[in-house]
Design a protein around this ligand. Structure first.
Ligand code: NAD
Length: 428
């Protein structure tokens, strides 16, 4: 067995090299796209509540901005590494490109654990982070957003610091702000709804009526709950969901053959998307081991919780009835499992297309913030539908024309769009 440590940036580069070969990219373009255009590694001291000074390491990495200002989250994580940020920045470039929004890709992070920091210490970190980056972010340059362990409050502190430095209000600098403070309506629904718009289009393509389908879903958080909501509105039936149980420290699956009732499960779920076992049993749910979500005899599987949740050790458990997998989470299917499932002719919607609704709505937030004019929710959701549907159709047409699966086609479209933008600008 290999003992080498997984390096996400090497994995992102490997995927890029495969696509570059498929597209027959010239060497200069490949060299440009396989690494970030700009990396800022910095550190800053913060006075902690006990009076001591502590130094924090931080990054902002802009992978590419040929199609528009760079876009991507800022994570607070104790194990953050430059290579993780590099990979995530590159994936953002492909995600904005496949969604065909005029933005590039970036990612940032601070090595810290918010669990060990007071609110005041977190605010000081946010403000210091932006002070050091103020020349490198902005509504026309690079637009951060929340990511792991950062939230709307962190974004507001960062925006406030940036606006103090610039001496003007520039709400389009950062997305993920609270509604009423420059945030967009529809952002909460966007990722989950986007998954189901992709599912709707994929089912049309394979000639299945969504009203006759059933689904099993891993996760019951923001993405899963909104995916279930729209899927049920479209007539689909969810037979099973799984969630992490904090008390039992294991995942549980909740099943109802007539279909789960969303509002019922929401009423017994905690804010982290965990579902209470006893209350679910009282409501007539069969409660099983968490892995069982994968074994259900359904048409559609939607992993909406973790990365690597469908892998070589459980891929054989996927039921023969499954025709479609929509990757709502980031990287939920391991490489070997993806090959195995595609060999079984299961249609797979790759993560960066399936969950692009989130970044599309972040782009809408930026546009609204720049105009200082905010749309009604219906308008946001209707624009989201248009954008995702056309992204799906472009990928699907490319896949059919070039005899590729959706994942390879999505990469090819994304890389091709970015490469063309670099050529058109005269960079390579
Ligand atoms: P969340 O924290 O709101 O919910 C996560 C859910 O997963 C919870 O219900 C939790 O109980 C469940 N879970 C955790 N471990 C599990 C396990 N072992 N088995 C079964 N369920 C488990 O997160 P979210 O915002 O819904 O995001 C879900 C996934 O989608 C993540 O991979 C995230 O990176 C990805 N994603 C989210 C967005 C977004 O806009 N929220 C955008 C793009 C991608």
């Amino acid at each position: 067995m290999s003992t080498s440590v997984y390096n996400p940036f090497l994995s992102a580069q490997k995927q890029f090299d495969k696509t570059a070969e498929l597209l027959d990219l010239d060497k200069a373009t490949s060299d440009l796209l396989r690494s970030p255009i700009k990396e800022i590694h910095f550190q800053f001291p913060i006075r902690m509540d006990d009076g001591e000074m502590k130094v924090f390491k931080a990054y902002r990495i802009q992978h590419n901005d040929a199609r528009g200002p760079a876009k991507g989250g800022i994570r607070f994580h104790p194990q953050e590494t430059a290579d993780t940020i590099r990979a995530l920045a590159m994936w953002m470039t492909w995600k904005t490109a496949v969604a065909d929004i005029p933005l590039g890709g970036a990612k940032g992070g601070v090595i810290c654990d918010p669990h060990d920091l007071s609110q005041e210490e977190q605010e000081r970190i946010c403000r210091a982070y932006v002070r050091h980056l103020s020349a490198n972010i902005g509504p026309n340059l690079d637009i951060p957003s929340p990511e792991i362990m950062t939230n709307a409050q962190h974004m507001l502190w960062m925006l406030d610091e940036y606006e103090i430095i610039r001496g003007e209000r520039l709400p389009g600098t950062i997305t993920g702000k609270p509604v009423g403070m420059g945030g967009s309506l529809g952002r909460v629904e966007a990722t989950g709804y986007g998954v189901i718009i992709n599912v709707r289009e994929a089912l049309k393509e394979i000639g299945i009526d969504i009203e006759k389908t059933t689904a099993s879903i891993q996760g019951f958080g923001n993405v899963a709950q909104h995916a279930i909501e729209l899927y049920q509105q479209m007539g689909g039936k969810v037979n099973c969901v799984s969630a992490w149980d904090q008390k039992e420290q294991k995942a549980l699956a909740f099943k109802k053959d007539d279909g789960i009732i969303l509002e019922e499960l929401k009423s017994i779920a905690d804010i982290f998307g965990g579902i209470d076992r006893q209350k679910a049993m009282d409501l007539g749910y069969e409660v099983m081991d968490g892995e069982k979500w994968l074994e259900q005899e359904v048409d559609i599987l939607i992993p909406a919780a973790l990365n690597n949740s469908i892998n070589s050790s459980n891929m054989n458990s996927v039921s023969k009835s499954v025709k479609l997998i929509a990757e709502a989470a980031n990287g939920p299917t391991s490489e070997d499992a993806a090959v195995f499932l595609q060999d079984r002719e299961i249609f797979m919607i790759p993560d960066f297309l399936a969950n692009a609704g989130g970044v599309i709505c972040s782009y809408f937030e930026q546009v609204q913030s720049n105009m200082n004019y905010y749309w009604e929710k219906e308008e946001v959701l209707s624009k989201l539908d248009t954008k995702i549907t056309s992204a799906y159709i472009a990928v699907s047409n490319f896949a059919i024309e070039n005899d590729l699966n959706l994942r390879d086609a999505a990469y090819a479209i994304a890389v091709d769009r970015v490469a063309r933008a670099c050529h058109d600008r005269g960079w390579v």
